[in-house]
Design a binder for this molecule. Structure first.
Ligand SMILES: [Zn+2]
Length: 89
């Protein structure tokens, strides 16, 4: 009697999390020195220069540092699935 061995190859499955960081409204208080509260109304951070340079951290629209802008982190799960190859096809 012959024994048959069935090898089931499972496909590769991997998932990775992509972090998307976005900066929204500027929240810098421009009236802090006079005891008031006033923001410049900038709605979204726009990098003032190339990524990796110091000016990339400054907002092109209002000139404030990126830290003054509201930060929002979105985690996006990316799933990759490679189905096993069917050799009988
Ligand atoms: Zn600003």
């Amino acid at each position: 009697m012959k024994k048959r061995q069935v090898v089931v190859k499972t496909g590769k499955s991997s998932s990775s999390v992509v972090r998307n960081v976005r900066y929204f409204e500027c929240q810098k208080n421009h009236a802090a020195n006079i005891g008031g509260y006033a923001v410049d109304g900038c709605r979204e951070f726009m990098a003032g220069g190339e990524e990796g340079t110091g000016s990339a951290l400054m907002c092109a629209a209002c000139g404030c540092h990126r830290n003054f802008h509201r930060k929002e982190v979105q985690n996006e799960v990316v799933c990759e699935y490679t189905p096993p190859i069917d050799s009988n096809a």
